[in-house]
Design a protein around this ligand. Structure first.
Ligand code: LMR
Length: 334
């Protein structure tokens, strides 16, 4: 072996050794849902891509099912820098004092994923993510889950069937107003406690997209479900801004690329995952699943659309109207 070849061989051993010795940057990604949901699958996809694109400079640890932090704690943990990435539902940003995200909770504001993406993929969505920065948070992406159904331990056909029922909600003032508009009694419960609360009868019913119903086994403790599609549930994927800004440029670029691709993936699979979950709920046979008639659907719309006007002073009339402009929502329906 020539001296030059020997030198190259020695150098390459030293370099690999150094790369292995350097500790990877650990990115903890905490969330509250099951791994086999759109968000859970998106987090795993992000992990794979982030580790690949950073050539192992980053290790992503995904903590599903509230195993690291629960609903309320995760936002505080992110701000404190105890966790690097979380993806709370858009209904859970109120405690930050940011009401713009509550616009997503307005009943029937989006008729389809396509309408919703006009907002999340456009300038309005970008401005919403930017509004997080003064809170020490960088907004990375919007991830879809889906459209919600209502469930209870009693038949539901029309809004009056929910009168007096205790309904679990996320911590959103809009969802509180929505349940009150139905005559129900809203009760905020952390996501990891919903199954037990339904089982024990602490609450009578709830709402969620089917992927969450099925993976949390809520259908096992709910006798009836009405496929209302009365509201959207999705996520903002967010990170601690100081952590993000402090990353070496090449690592941040790798994570941003991984996030873009994980976002496309999540938003592509979300509908199919919810359809699969609904089929599984039906197959389980523990819940009577009802498709509302046109009149029943109309009755829910009539009861719930006034929530838009009632919440406009809180969320901002201009923002709500800007969303109507993007989606083509007709305010005459109100
Ligand atoms: C809920 O609390 O009902 C959901 O937002 C949980 C989630 O993150 O999908």
């Amino acid at each position: 072996m020539s001296v030059r070849a020997l030198l190259i061989a020695v150098l390459s051993v030293v370099c690999v050794g150094a790369a292995q010795a350097a500790d990877p940057i650990v990115v903890k990604f905490s969330h509250v849902v099951a791994p086999n949901t759109p968000k859970g699958m998106g987090a795993e996809r992000f992990k794979t891509l982030a580790e690949q694109y950073s050539n192992g400079a980053v290790r992503v640890e995904v903590y599903p099912n509230s195993t690291l932090y629960k609903d309320k704690e995760e936002m505080e943990a992110l701000q404190l820098g105890a966790v690097e990435i979380i993806a709370p539902s858009l209904a859970k940003f109120g405690p930050l004092g940011l009401r713009v995200f509550e616009a997503f909770d307005l009943p029937y504001i989006f008729d389809s994923y396509a309408e919703l993406h006009k907002v999340t993929g456009g300038p309005l969505g970008a401005r919403m993510l930017e509004s997080l920065e003064p809170r020490g948070i960088a907004g990375l992406a919007f991830w879809d889950n889906g459209f919600k159904s209502l469930s209870a331990n009693a038949p539901i056909r029309v809004p009056d069937d929910l009168r007096g029922k205790k309904m679990r909600i996320q911590s959103s003032k809009v969802l509180d107003a929505q349940m009150r508009a139905l005559g129900a009694l809203p009760q905020v419960t952390a996501f990891d406690e919903v199954f037990a609360a339904l089982k024990a009868g602490v609450v009578d019913g709830t709402e969620n997209p089917h992927s969450n119903f099925f993976t949390q086994r809520m259908h096992e403790v709910q006798s009836h479900m009405l496929l209302t599609d009365h509201g959207y549930l999705g996520y903002a994927v967010i990170t601690n801004k100081k952590f993000w800004d402090g990353l070496p440029g090449a690592v941040r670029d790798a994570l941003a690329r991984a996030m873009r691709e994980a976002t496309d993936y999540t938003n592509q699979i979300a509908k199919a995952e919810n359809d699969k979950a609904l089929a599984a709920i039906r197959a389980a046979g523990t819940t009577e699943v009802r498709v509302p008639s046109a009149e029943e659907r109309q009755a829910f719309k009539k009861a719930l659309l006034p929530v838009h006007r009632a919440m406009a002073p809180r969320i901002g009339k201009d923002l709500i109207e800007a969303i109507y402009d993007e989606t083509g929502f007709d305010p005459d329906d109100l």
